[in-house]
Design a binder for this molecule. Structure first.
Ligand SMILES: [Zn+2]
Length: 218
């Protein structure tokens, strides 16, 4: 039986040759240091690859992905990545990107038992409870609305985490943006843009939530 991974190594060699052809010093320079200007917090979904969507090369975006692009203060993995991004790499722009047709969001909408993942998506379920208008939407819009509200929630959580609090208290220029990605057409939509230390995050999140309600509830 052929090794299903052989193609991937061959792809890798072709990719390296292509990169070297356009910039022979690319890997040499990248090996010295990474200086990304963006951190991407997104979902694991294979249809939402950070670099490709925003057209950035290796070294240009620092990526953390988990199921449902969840940001929780008690998630050591996510929080360590955020700390490294802000405090070590000095990244000024943090982006939370959710997407439509998200399996984690969809799983939060039913009352079935999914196993371990139910603990992980509990914070997404809570969004539904706090926004009872969502479940009154036409069925086909519920997942999209929840996907967007989930982005707002995770941006708010990011704004409140210790790393951001410290960065903002030290006057460091770090801002937070929330996007939703449409897997059906490849386009990003901005939900929240560049919230910083001077922003009233909760008020802006509430306003963005009202806009989602007005747009998807119409
Ligand atoms: Zn997803």
């Amino acid at each position: 039986m052929p090794d299903p991974l052989t193609d991937l190594i061959a792809n890798n060699r072709r990719w390296v040759a292509g990169v070297n052809a356009s910039d022979p010093t690319f890997f040499q320079k990248l090996a010295q240091q990474q200086r990304p200007q963006y951190m991407w917090i997104g979902c694991c979904d294979s249809r939402v690859p950070a670099n490709e969507i925003i057209g950035l090369l290796p070294g240009q975006v620092f990526v953390h992905r988990n199921v449902g692009n969840v940001v929780q203060a008690n998630d050591l993995n996510c929080m360590s990545a955020v700390q490294y991004a802000v405090e070590v790499l000095g990244i000024p722009h943090l982006i939370v990107c959710g997407h439509y047709n998200c399996g984690a969001v969809n799983a939060s909408l039913d009352d079935l038992a999914h196993g371990l993942i139910d603990y992980w998506i509990w914070p997404i379920k809570e969004i539904q409870r706090r926004n009872p208008w969502v479940m009154k939407l036409p069925r086909e819009r519920i997942g999209n609305a929840m996907g967007e509200l989930n982005v707002l929630e995770q941006v708010a959580n990011l704004a409140e985490c210790k790393v951001l609090r410290r960065a903002w208290s030290e006057n460091r220029a770090v801002d937070l943006t929330g996007w939703i990605y449409d897997v059906g057409d490849g386009r990003l939509r901005t939900l929240l843009v560049r919230l910083d230390r001077d922003s009233d995050v909760r008020a802006l999140v509430a306003k963005a939530g009202e806009e989602i309600h007005a747009r998807l509830g119409a």
